[in-house]
Ligand binder design. Structure first.
Ligand SMILES: Cc1cc2nc3c(=O)[nH]c(=O)nc-3n(C[C@H](O)[C@H](O)[C@H](O)COP(=O)(O)OP(=O)(O)OC[C@H]3O[C@@H](n4cnc5c(N)ncnc54)[C@H](O)[C@@H]3O)c2cc1C
Ligand code: SF4
Ligand code: SF4
Length: 477
Protein backbone atom coordinates (compact mmCIF):
# COMPACT_ATOMS: atom_id res chain seq x y z
CA UNK A 1 0.00 0.00 0.00
CA UNK A 2 1.32 3.46 -0.85
CA UNK A 3 1.21 5.35 2.46
CA UNK A 4 0.77 8.73 0.76
CA UNK A 5 -2.59 8.25 -0.92
CA UNK A 6 -4.69 5.10 -0.48
CA UNK A 7 -6.73 4.38 2.66
CA UNK A 8 -6.24 7.94 3.93
CA UNK A 9 -9.82 8.35 5.18
CA UNK A 10 -9.87 4.79 6.48
CA UNK A 11 -6.76 5.30 8.58
CA UNK A 12 -7.82 8.63 10.01
CA UNK A 13 -11.51 9.60 10.20
CA UNK A 14 -12.89 6.07 10.14
CA UNK A 15 -10.26 4.34 12.26
CA UNK A 16 -10.59 6.95 15.02
CA UNK A 17 -14.41 7.02 14.90
CA UNK A 18 -14.85 10.59 13.64
CA UNK A 19 -17.31 9.56 10.92
CA UNK A 20 -20.72 11.27 11.04
CA UNK A 21 -22.24 9.01 8.37
CA UNK A 22 -22.99 11.76 5.85
CA UNK A 23 -22.38 9.43 2.89
CA UNK A 24 -20.22 11.85 0.87
CA UNK A 25 -17.41 9.30 0.52
CA UNK A 26 -19.80 6.55 -0.61
CA UNK A 27 -21.15 8.92 -3.27
CA UNK A 28 -17.77 9.80 -4.80
CA UNK A 29 -16.27 6.32 -4.55
CA UNK A 30 -18.96 3.68 -4.00
CA UNK A 31 -16.59 0.81 -4.75
CA UNK A 32 -14.39 1.81 -1.79
CA UNK A 33 -17.00 2.63 0.89
CA UNK A 34 -20.42 1.48 1.99
CA UNK A 35 -22.69 3.13 4.54
CA UNK A 36 -23.83 0.94 7.44
CA UNK A 37 -25.34 1.28 10.90
CA UNK A 38 -22.91 0.42 13.67
CA UNK A 39 -23.91 -1.70 16.67
CA UNK A 40 -24.94 1.44 18.63
CA UNK A 41 -27.32 2.71 15.93
CA UNK A 42 -25.22 5.34 14.16
CA UNK A 43 -24.58 5.62 10.42
CA UNK A 44 -20.88 5.09 9.65
CA UNK A 45 -18.85 4.56 6.48
CA UNK A 46 -17.37 1.09 6.12
CA UNK A 47 -14.26 0.72 3.92
CA UNK A 48 -14.60 -2.11 1.42
CA UNK A 49 -11.64 -4.42 1.22
CA UNK A 50 -9.41 -4.52 -1.87
CA UNK A 51 -10.58 -1.11 -3.11
CA UNK A 52 -8.02 1.59 -2.35
CA UNK A 53 -9.24 5.16 -1.99
CA UNK A 54 -8.64 7.30 -5.04
CA UNK A 55 -8.23 10.57 -3.07
CA UNK A 56 -11.71 11.98 -3.81
CA UNK A 57 -13.34 10.77 -0.55
CA UNK A 58 -10.80 12.67 1.47
CA UNK A 59 -11.64 15.88 -0.32
CA UNK A 60 -15.39 15.63 0.41
CA UNK A 61 -15.31 14.30 3.98
CA UNK A 62 -16.18 17.03 6.49
CA UNK A 63 -13.72 15.58 9.02
CA UNK A 64 -10.77 14.70 6.81
CA UNK A 65 -7.20 15.90 7.12
CA UNK A 66 -7.26 17.76 3.80
CA UNK A 67 -10.81 19.01 3.13
CA UNK A 68 -11.35 22.78 2.94
CA UNK A 69 -12.63 24.28 6.20
CA UNK A 70 -15.93 26.10 6.81
CA UNK A 71 -14.35 29.55 6.89
CA UNK A 72 -12.76 29.23 3.44
CA UNK A 73 -15.91 27.70 1.97
CA UNK A 74 -18.02 30.54 3.39
CA UNK A 75 -15.63 33.22 2.07
CA UNK A 76 -16.12 31.82 -1.44
CA UNK A 77 -19.87 31.32 -1.10
CA UNK A 78 -20.92 34.54 0.62
CA UNK A 79 -18.68 37.45 -0.41
CA UNK A 80 -21.46 39.91 0.53
CA UNK A 81 -21.68 38.62 4.11
CA UNK A 82 -19.61 41.21 5.93
CA UNK A 83 -20.57 40.65 9.55
CA UNK A 84 -18.17 38.25 11.23
CA UNK A 85 -18.31 37.11 14.82
CA UNK A 86 -16.46 34.42 16.72
CA UNK A 87 -18.46 31.17 16.60
CA UNK A 88 -21.05 32.50 14.12
CA UNK A 89 -19.07 32.60 10.87
CA UNK A 90 -19.98 35.38 8.42
CA UNK A 91 -23.46 36.65 7.71
CA UNK A 92 -25.59 39.49 6.34
CA UNK A 93 -28.11 39.75 9.16
CA UNK A 94 -29.50 37.82 12.10
CA UNK A 95 -32.98 37.98 13.57
CA UNK A 96 -35.42 36.17 15.82
CA UNK A 97 -39.15 35.55 15.50
CA UNK A 98 -41.70 33.30 13.92
CA UNK A 99 -43.91 32.60 10.93
CA UNK A 100 -47.10 34.61 11.34
CA UNK A 101 -49.17 32.83 8.67
CA UNK A 102 -50.62 29.30 8.63
CA UNK A 103 -49.68 26.60 11.13
CA UNK A 104 -45.92 26.70 10.51
CA UNK A 105 -45.18 27.91 14.04
CA UNK A 106 -47.50 25.51 15.88
CA UNK A 107 -46.22 22.57 13.81
CA UNK A 108 -42.59 23.67 13.77
CA UNK A 109 -39.70 22.94 16.12
CA UNK A 110 -39.17 26.60 16.95
CA UNK A 111 -40.90 29.40 15.05
CA UNK A 112 -41.62 27.34 11.91
CA UNK A 113 -39.04 29.07 9.68
CA UNK A 114 -37.60 25.89 8.14
CA UNK A 115 -40.73 24.65 6.43
CA UNK A 116 -41.91 28.15 5.55
CA UNK A 117 -38.65 28.74 3.63
CA UNK A 118 -38.98 25.40 1.80
CA UNK A 119 -42.57 26.19 0.85
CA UNK A 120 -41.71 29.69 -0.42
CA UNK A 121 -38.95 28.32 -2.65
CA UNK A 122 -41.31 25.74 -4.16
CA UNK A 123 -44.27 28.14 -4.49
CA UNK A 124 -42.22 30.90 -6.11
CA UNK A 125 -40.50 28.45 -8.49
CA UNK A 126 -36.96 28.93 -7.17
CA UNK A 127 -36.69 25.18 -6.57
CA UNK A 128 -38.44 22.14 -8.07
CA UNK A 129 -37.77 19.84 -5.13
CA UNK A 130 -37.36 20.42 -1.42
CA UNK A 131 -35.39 17.76 0.41
CA UNK A 132 -36.11 17.61 4.12
CA UNK A 133 -36.32 15.00 6.85
CA UNK A 134 -39.55 13.07 7.18
CA UNK A 135 -40.72 11.16 10.23
CA UNK A 136 -42.62 8.15 8.93
CA UNK A 137 -40.97 4.81 9.71
CA UNK A 138 -39.27 3.21 6.70
CA UNK A 139 -36.76 0.34 6.50
CA UNK A 140 -36.44 0.31 10.33
CA UNK A 141 -35.63 4.04 10.25
CA UNK A 142 -37.84 6.50 12.12
CA UNK A 143 -36.50 9.52 10.20
CA UNK A 144 -35.03 9.87 6.72
CA UNK A 145 -34.53 12.47 3.97
CA UNK A 146 -37.36 12.68 1.44
CA UNK A 147 -38.39 14.82 -1.56
CA UNK A 148 -41.30 17.29 -1.58
CA UNK A 149 -42.70 19.01 -4.68
CA UNK A 150 -44.91 22.08 -5.15
CA UNK A 151 -48.39 21.11 -3.92
CA UNK A 152 -47.08 18.56 -1.38
CA UNK A 153 -47.55 19.58 2.22
CA UNK A 154 -44.09 20.53 3.44
CA UNK A 155 -45.61 20.47 6.93
CA UNK A 156 -45.40 16.67 6.66
CA UNK A 157 -41.66 17.06 7.18
CA UNK A 158 -40.40 16.29 10.67
CA UNK A 159 -39.63 18.63 13.50
CA UNK A 160 -36.04 18.32 14.80
CA UNK A 161 -34.81 14.79 14.12
CA UNK A 162 -32.44 13.96 16.96
CA UNK A 163 -31.83 10.74 15.13
CA UNK A 164 -29.30 9.40 12.59
CA UNK A 165 -29.91 10.50 9.02
CA UNK A 166 -27.63 10.29 6.00
CA UNK A 167 -27.34 12.00 2.63
CA UNK A 168 -26.29 8.77 0.90
CA UNK A 169 -29.60 7.84 -0.85
CA UNK A 170 -30.67 11.38 -1.57
CA UNK A 171 -27.39 12.29 -3.31
CA UNK A 172 -27.88 9.43 -5.76
CA UNK A 173 -31.43 10.65 -6.37
CA UNK A 174 -30.21 14.19 -7.13
CA UNK A 175 -27.54 12.86 -9.51
CA UNK A 176 -30.14 10.73 -11.36
CA UNK A 177 -33.00 13.25 -11.41
CA UNK A 178 -32.53 16.63 -13.09
CA UNK A 179 -34.01 19.64 -11.30
CA UNK A 180 -33.24 22.44 -8.86
CA UNK A 181 -33.06 21.38 -5.23
CA UNK A 182 -33.13 22.96 -1.79
CA UNK A 183 -32.07 20.83 1.16
CA UNK A 184 -32.09 21.13 4.95
CA UNK A 185 -28.81 20.13 6.58
CA UNK A 186 -26.92 19.99 9.85
CA UNK A 187 -23.66 22.01 9.76
CA UNK A 188 -21.41 19.02 8.95
CA UNK A 189 -23.83 17.85 6.23
CA UNK A 190 -23.91 21.35 4.78
CA UNK A 191 -20.09 21.30 4.67
CA UNK A 192 -20.13 17.87 2.99
CA UNK A 193 -22.62 19.18 0.39
CA UNK A 194 -20.46 22.21 -0.37
CA UNK A 195 -17.36 20.03 -0.71
CA UNK A 196 -19.25 17.65 -2.99
CA UNK A 197 -20.46 20.53 -5.16
CA UNK A 198 -16.84 21.59 -5.69
CA UNK A 199 -16.08 18.10 -6.99
CA UNK A 200 -19.21 17.19 -8.89
CA UNK A 201 -20.62 19.54 -11.56
CA UNK A 202 -24.03 17.82 -11.57
CA UNK A 203 -24.58 18.30 -7.84
CA UNK A 204 -23.20 21.82 -8.12
CA UNK A 205 -25.73 22.70 -10.80
CA UNK A 206 -28.70 21.06 -9.06
CA UNK A 207 -28.25 21.80 -5.34
CA UNK A 208 -29.25 25.46 -5.41
CA UNK A 209 -29.82 26.21 -1.73
CA UNK A 210 -28.81 24.77 1.63
CA UNK A 211 -30.90 25.60 4.70
CA UNK A 212 -28.70 24.90 7.71
CA UNK A 213 -29.73 24.03 11.23
CA UNK A 214 -27.96 25.15 14.38
CA UNK A 215 -26.55 21.98 15.94
CA UNK A 216 -25.46 21.02 19.44
CA UNK A 217 -24.88 17.37 18.57
CA UNK A 218 -26.51 14.41 16.83
CA UNK A 219 -27.85 11.35 18.62
CA UNK A 220 -27.75 7.63 17.86
CA UNK A 221 -30.99 5.62 17.50
CA UNK A 222 -30.65 4.74 21.17
CA UNK A 223 -31.73 8.26 22.19
CA UNK A 224 -35.24 7.72 20.79
CA UNK A 225 -35.34 4.19 22.21
CA UNK A 226 -34.20 5.36 25.64
CA UNK A 227 -36.84 8.10 25.91
CA UNK A 228 -39.61 5.79 24.64
CA UNK A 229 -38.64 2.87 26.90
CA UNK A 230 -39.15 5.11 29.94
CA UNK A 231 -42.73 5.57 28.70
CA UNK A 232 -43.22 1.79 28.57
CA UNK A 233 -42.58 1.54 24.84
CA UNK A 234 -39.70 -0.93 24.48
CA UNK A 235 -37.33 -0.59 21.49
CA UNK A 236 -39.02 -3.47 19.61
CA UNK A 237 -42.42 -1.70 19.84
CA UNK A 238 -41.26 1.80 18.84
CA UNK A 239 -42.82 3.03 15.58
CA UNK A 240 -42.14 6.77 15.79
CA UNK A 241 -41.28 9.62 18.11
CA UNK A 242 -41.88 13.35 18.45
CA UNK A 243 -39.05 15.10 20.29
CA UNK A 244 -40.34 18.66 20.09
CA UNK A 245 -44.00 18.85 21.09
CA UNK A 246 -44.81 22.34 22.38
CA UNK A 247 -45.98 22.21 26.02
CA UNK A 248 -48.53 24.95 26.80
CA UNK A 249 -47.39 27.19 29.67
CA UNK A 250 -43.88 25.69 29.78
CA UNK A 251 -40.60 27.51 29.13
CA UNK A 252 -39.63 27.70 25.45
CA UNK A 253 -36.75 25.23 25.91
CA UNK A 254 -38.92 22.67 27.72
CA UNK A 255 -39.96 20.25 24.99
CA UNK A 256 -42.45 17.40 25.07
CA UNK A 257 -41.83 13.81 23.95
CA UNK A 258 -44.50 11.52 22.47
CA UNK A 259 -43.66 7.90 21.56
CA UNK A 260 -45.72 6.08 18.91
CA UNK A 261 -46.21 2.32 19.16
CA UNK A 262 -46.46 -0.26 16.40
CA UNK A 263 -50.06 -1.04 17.50
CA UNK A 264 -51.08 2.52 16.48
CA UNK A 265 -51.34 3.96 20.01
CA UNK A 266 -49.14 6.67 21.50
CA UNK A 267 -48.04 7.90 24.90
CA UNK A 268 -49.06 11.15 26.60
CA UNK A 269 -46.75 14.12 26.21
CA UNK A 270 -44.03 14.33 28.84
CA UNK A 271 -41.28 16.90 29.25
CA UNK A 272 -37.96 15.46 28.05
CA UNK A 273 -36.45 16.96 31.22
CA UNK A 274 -38.18 14.25 33.23
CA UNK A 275 -36.51 11.48 31.23
CA UNK A 276 -32.99 10.08 31.46
CA UNK A 277 -31.16 11.28 28.35
CA UNK A 278 -33.30 14.42 28.07
CA UNK A 279 -30.62 16.71 29.53
CA UNK A 280 -28.75 17.88 26.42
CA UNK A 281 -25.71 18.85 28.52
CA UNK A 282 -25.08 15.20 29.45
CA UNK A 283 -24.32 14.40 25.81
CA UNK A 284 -25.82 10.92 26.07
CA UNK A 285 -25.89 8.89 22.81
CA UNK A 286 -23.87 11.57 20.99
CA UNK A 287 -21.99 10.67 17.80
CA UNK A 288 -18.26 10.71 18.73
CA UNK A 289 -17.64 12.91 15.66
CA UNK A 290 -19.65 15.70 17.32
CA UNK A 291 -16.89 16.05 19.92
CA UNK A 292 -14.57 17.08 17.07
CA UNK A 293 -16.93 19.64 15.54
CA UNK A 294 -16.30 23.39 15.49
CA UNK A 295 -19.34 24.61 13.56
CA UNK A 296 -22.44 25.35 15.68
CA UNK A 297 -24.37 27.50 13.22
CA UNK A 298 -23.92 25.88 9.78
CA UNK A 299 -21.48 28.51 8.56
CA UNK A 300 -21.64 27.16 4.99
CA UNK A 301 -25.44 27.26 4.62
CA UNK A 302 -27.27 30.03 2.72
CA UNK A 303 -29.43 30.59 5.77
CA UNK A 304 -29.39 28.99 9.22
CA UNK A 305 -32.32 28.33 11.54
CA UNK A 306 -32.21 27.48 15.22
CA UNK A 307 -33.81 28.26 18.55
CA UNK A 308 -33.67 31.83 19.81
CA UNK A 309 -33.10 30.85 23.43
CA UNK A 310 -32.85 34.33 24.85
CA UNK A 311 -34.50 35.48 28.13
CA UNK A 312 -37.11 37.62 26.38
CA UNK A 313 -38.43 34.66 24.34
CA UNK A 314 -38.35 32.06 27.11
CA UNK A 315 -42.00 32.59 28.06
CA UNK A 316 -43.18 31.74 24.54
CA UNK A 317 -43.65 27.94 24.46
CA UNK A 318 -44.93 28.24 20.86
CA UNK A 319 -41.26 28.67 19.88
CA UNK A 320 -39.08 31.40 18.43
CA UNK A 321 -36.68 30.80 15.54
CA UNK A 322 -33.18 32.16 15.33
CA UNK A 323 -32.41 33.13 11.72
CA UNK A 324 -28.90 33.82 10.37
CA UNK A 325 -28.89 35.01 6.76
CA UNK A 326 -25.74 34.61 4.67
CA UNK A 327 -26.82 34.97 1.02
CA UNK A 328 -28.35 37.98 -0.72
CA UNK A 329 -31.09 35.78 -2.17
CA UNK A 330 -32.36 34.77 1.28
CA UNK A 331 -31.91 38.29 2.59
CA UNK A 332 -34.42 39.47 -0.04
CA UNK A 333 -36.79 36.56 0.66
CA UNK A 334 -36.82 37.39 4.37
CA UNK A 335 -37.37 41.12 3.69
CA UNK A 336 -40.36 40.30 1.50
CA UNK A 337 -41.79 37.94 4.13
CA UNK A 338 -41.59 40.70 6.74
CA UNK A 339 -43.09 43.28 4.37
CA UNK A 340 -46.02 40.97 3.53
CA UNK A 341 -46.58 40.25 7.24
CA UNK A 342 -45.92 36.56 6.72
CA UNK A 343 -42.99 36.75 9.13
CA UNK A 344 -42.64 38.49 12.48
CA UNK A 345 -38.91 38.99 12.95
CA UNK A 346 -36.78 41.39 14.96
CA UNK A 347 -33.07 42.06 14.41
CA UNK A 348 -30.52 40.54 16.79
CA UNK A 349 -27.13 41.94 17.76
CA UNK A 350 -24.06 39.70 17.27
CA UNK A 351 -23.64 39.17 21.01
CA UNK A 352 -27.31 38.15 21.33
CA UNK A 353 -26.97 35.52 18.59
CA UNK A 354 -23.89 34.13 20.32
CA UNK A 355 -25.65 34.23 23.71
CA UNK A 356 -28.57 32.22 22.33
CA UNK A 357 -26.11 29.41 21.47
CA UNK A 358 -23.79 29.95 24.39
CA UNK A 359 -23.49 26.33 25.59
CA UNK A 360 -23.02 24.87 22.10
CA UNK A 361 -20.36 27.39 21.14
CA UNK A 362 -18.49 26.83 24.42
CA UNK A 363 -18.49 23.05 23.90
CA UNK A 364 -17.17 23.48 20.35
CA UNK A 365 -14.56 26.04 21.28
CA UNK A 366 -13.15 25.78 24.80
CA UNK A 367 -14.32 22.17 25.17
CA UNK A 368 -12.92 21.16 21.78
CA UNK A 369 -9.57 22.83 22.54
CA UNK A 370 -9.29 20.68 25.66
CA UNK A 371 -10.40 17.48 23.88
CA UNK A 372 -7.73 18.16 21.22
CA UNK A 373 -5.14 18.46 23.97
CA UNK A 374 -6.29 15.13 25.43
CA UNK A 375 -6.23 13.38 22.03
CA UNK A 376 -2.74 14.70 21.34
CA UNK A 377 -1.57 13.61 24.76
CA UNK A 378 -2.64 10.07 23.82
CA UNK A 379 -0.91 10.38 20.45
CA UNK A 380 -4.25 9.98 18.70
CA UNK A 381 -5.10 11.42 15.27
CA UNK A 382 -7.92 13.99 15.21
CA UNK A 383 -9.40 16.18 12.46
CA UNK A 384 -7.69 19.56 11.92
CA UNK A 385 -9.76 22.27 13.58
CA UNK A 386 -9.95 26.04 13.70
CA UNK A 387 -9.31 26.08 17.46
CA UNK A 388 -5.97 25.17 19.01
CA UNK A 389 -5.31 22.65 21.76
CA UNK A 390 -5.60 24.31 25.14
CA UNK A 391 -6.06 23.25 28.76
CA UNK A 392 -8.70 25.27 30.67
CA UNK A 393 -7.31 26.76 33.87
CA UNK A 394 -10.46 25.81 35.82
CA UNK A 395 -10.30 22.32 37.37
CA UNK A 396 -14.11 22.19 37.35
CA UNK A 397 -14.22 22.81 33.58
CA UNK A 398 -11.60 20.15 32.89
CA UNK A 399 -13.61 17.71 34.97
CA UNK A 400 -16.87 18.70 33.22
CA UNK A 401 -15.52 18.24 29.68
CA UNK A 402 -13.96 14.88 30.60
CA UNK A 403 -17.10 13.68 32.37
CA UNK A 404 -19.23 14.51 29.32
CA UNK A 405 -17.01 12.30 27.17
CA UNK A 406 -17.25 9.53 29.74
CA UNK A 407 -21.07 9.83 29.88
CA UNK A 408 -21.30 9.67 26.07
CA UNK A 409 -19.14 6.56 25.86
CA UNK A 410 -20.91 4.82 28.75
CA UNK A 411 -24.40 5.63 27.42
CA UNK A 412 -23.73 3.87 24.07
CA UNK A 413 -22.25 0.79 25.73
CA UNK A 414 -24.63 0.44 28.68
CA UNK A 415 -27.80 1.02 26.67
CA UNK A 416 -26.74 -1.66 24.24
CA UNK A 417 -26.20 -4.01 27.21
CA UNK A 418 -29.60 -3.04 28.67
CA UNK A 419 -31.27 -3.90 25.36
CA UNK A 420 -29.57 -7.29 25.30
CA UNK A 421 -30.82 -7.93 28.85
CA UNK A 422 -34.27 -6.46 28.10
CA UNK A 423 -33.91 -4.38 31.27
CA UNK A 424 -34.05 -0.57 31.26
CA UNK A 425 -33.35 -0.45 34.99
CA UNK A 426 -29.90 -1.88 34.34
CA UNK A 427 -29.13 1.22 32.24
CA UNK A 428 -30.67 3.57 34.82
CA UNK A 429 -28.65 2.03 37.65
CA UNK A 430 -25.33 1.82 35.81
CA UNK A 431 -25.54 5.45 34.59
CA UNK A 432 -26.62 6.93 37.92
CA UNK A 433 -23.18 7.61 39.49
CA UNK A 434 -21.92 9.40 36.41
CA UNK A 435 -25.08 11.52 36.12
CA UNK A 436 -24.93 12.39 39.80
CA UNK A 437 -21.29 13.43 39.43
CA UNK A 438 -22.36 15.67 36.53
CA UNK A 439 -25.18 17.27 38.54
CA UNK A 440 -22.75 17.87 41.42
CA UNK A 441 -20.58 19.99 39.16
CA UNK A 442 -23.48 22.43 38.85
CA UNK A 443 -23.96 22.78 42.62
CA UNK A 444 -22.67 26.01 44.19
CA UNK A 445 -19.21 25.69 45.77
CA UNK A 446 -20.51 25.78 49.36
CA UNK A 447 -22.90 22.91 48.66
CA UNK A 448 -20.15 20.83 47.08
CA UNK A 449 -17.92 21.40 50.13
CA UNK A 450 -20.78 20.64 52.55
CA UNK A 451 -21.59 17.47 50.62
CA UNK A 452 -17.97 16.30 50.73
CA UNK A 453 -17.75 16.90 54.49
CA UNK A 454 -21.04 15.06 55.14
CA UNK A 455 -19.86 12.15 52.99
CA UNK A 456 -16.57 11.94 54.87
CA UNK A 457 -18.53 11.84 58.14
CA UNK A 458 -20.85 9.16 56.72
CA UNK A 459 -23.82 11.50 57.21
CA UNK A 460 -24.65 12.37 53.61
CA UNK A 461 -27.37 9.73 53.04
CA UNK A 462 -29.02 10.69 56.32
CA UNK A 463 -29.00 14.36 55.26
CA UNK A 464 -30.62 13.45 51.89
CA UNK A 465 -33.36 11.46 53.67
CA UNK A 466 -34.10 14.38 56.03
CA UNK A 467 -34.19 16.81 53.07
CA UNK A 468 -36.61 14.51 51.13
CA UNK A 469 -38.86 14.10 54.19
CA UNK A 470 -39.04 17.91 54.68
CA UNK A 471 -39.83 18.40 50.97
CA UNK A 472 -42.62 15.74 51.16
CA UNK A 473 -44.13 17.34 54.25
CA UNK A 474 -44.11 20.76 52.59
CA UNK A 475 -45.79 19.41 49.44
CA UNK A 476 -48.59 17.82 51.54
CA UNK A 477 -49.46 21.17 53.17
C1 LIG B 1 -29.62 17.10 15.70
C2 LIG B 1 -30.10 18.51 15.90
C3 LIG B 1 -29.48 19.31 16.85
C4 LIG B 1 -29.90 20.63 17.03
N1 LIG B 1 -29.27 21.42 17.97
C5 LIG B 1 -29.66 22.70 18.13
C6 LIG B 1 -29.03 23.56 19.09
O1 LIG B 1 -28.11 23.14 19.80
N2 LIG B 1 -29.45 24.85 19.18
C7 LIG B 1 -30.46 25.33 18.40
O2 LIG B 1 -30.79 26.51 18.52
N3 LIG B 1 -31.08 24.56 17.49
C8 LIG B 1 -30.70 23.26 17.34
N4 LIG B 1 -31.33 22.48 16.41
C9 LIG B 1 -32.33 23.11 15.52
C10 LIG B 1 -33.70 23.21 16.16
O3 LIG B 1 -33.99 22.01 16.85
C11 LIG B 1 -34.80 23.44 15.13
O4 LIG B 1 -34.77 22.39 14.20
C12 LIG B 1 -34.65 24.72 14.42
O5 LIG B 1 -34.79 25.72 15.37
C13 LIG B 1 -35.67 24.90 13.28
O6 LIG B 1 -36.93 25.09 13.79
P1 LIG B 1 -38.05 25.82 12.90
O7 LIG B 1 -39.31 25.80 13.69
O8 LIG B 1 -37.55 27.13 12.44
O9 LIG B 1 -38.13 24.89 11.63
P2 LIG B 1 -39.26 23.86 11.16
O10 LIG B 1 -40.30 24.59 10.40
O11 LIG B 1 -39.65 22.99 12.29
O12 LIG B 1 -38.41 23.03 10.11
C14 LIG B 1 -37.39 22.17 10.52
C15 LIG B 1 -36.80 21.58 9.26
O13 LIG B 1 -35.64 20.86 9.60
C16 LIG B 1 -35.66 19.58 8.97
N5 LIG B 1 -34.89 18.67 9.83
C17 LIG B 1 -35.22 18.18 11.04
N6 LIG B 1 -34.24 17.40 11.52
C18 LIG B 1 -33.26 17.41 10.59
C19 LIG B 1 -32.00 16.79 10.52
N7 LIG B 1 -31.54 15.98 11.47
N8 LIG B 1 -31.24 17.01 9.42
C20 LIG B 1 -31.69 17.80 8.42
N9 LIG B 1 -32.88 18.40 8.43
C21 LIG B 1 -33.66 18.21 9.51
C22 LIG B 1 -37.14 19.25 8.90
O14 LIG B 1 -37.42 18.30 7.92
C23 LIG B 1 -37.73 20.62 8.57
O15 LIG B 1 -37.68 20.89 7.21
C24 LIG B 1 -30.95 21.15 16.24
C25 LIG B 1 -31.59 20.34 15.30
C26 LIG B 1 -31.17 19.03 15.12
C27 LIG B 1 -31.86 18.18 14.10
S1 SF4 C 1 -18.01 11.62 7.61
FE1 SF4 C 1 -19.04 11.27 5.67
S2 SF4 C 1 -17.43 11.41 4.14
FE2 SF4 C 1 -16.39 11.20 6.12
S3 SF4 C 1 -16.03 9.02 6.31
FE3 SF4 C 1 -17.97 9.41 7.27
S4 SF4 C 1 -19.54 9.08 5.70
FE4 SF4 C 1 -17.55 9.25 4.68
S1 SF4 D 1 -22.36 18.58 16.23
FE1 SF4 D 1 -21.24 18.96 14.36
S2 SF4 D 1 -20.63 16.94 13.69
FE2 SF4 D 1 -22.26 16.65 15.16
S3 SF4 D 1 -24.10 16.54 13.90
FE3 SF4 D 1 -23.87 18.64 14.60
S4 SF4 D 1 -22.79 19.64 12.95
FE4 SF4 D 1 -22.52 17.45 12.65
Amino acid sequence: MNPDTPHKLTDTVIKHDFCIGCGACTYVQPEAFKLTKDSFGMFKALPLEDHPEDGKPEQVCPFSETSINEQTLAEDLFPEAHIQFNGLGRYIRACAGYVAEGSYRSKGSSGGMGKWLLNRLLEEGHADTAIQVRSHPKDHRLFYYDCFKKGDSVLDGSTSAYYPVTLADILTHVRDTPGRYVITALPCFSKALRLLCRQDPILNERIRYVIGMVCGHLKSEAFAECLAWQRDVPPSELAGIEFREHIPGAKANDKGVIAYKKDGTCTDVISSRQLIGGNWGHGMFKYPACDACDDTVAETADITIGDAWLPRFMNQPEGTSLVIVRSVFFDNLISEGIKNQQLTLEPLKQAEVAASQDAGIRHKNEGLAYRMHLWQEKGMWHPPKRVHPHVPSSRRKRHLFKLRQEITEASHRLFSEAKAKGDFNYFRKEMSDRLEAYQNLYLPLWMRIAKRILMQLGLFNLAVRIKDAIAKKKSRR
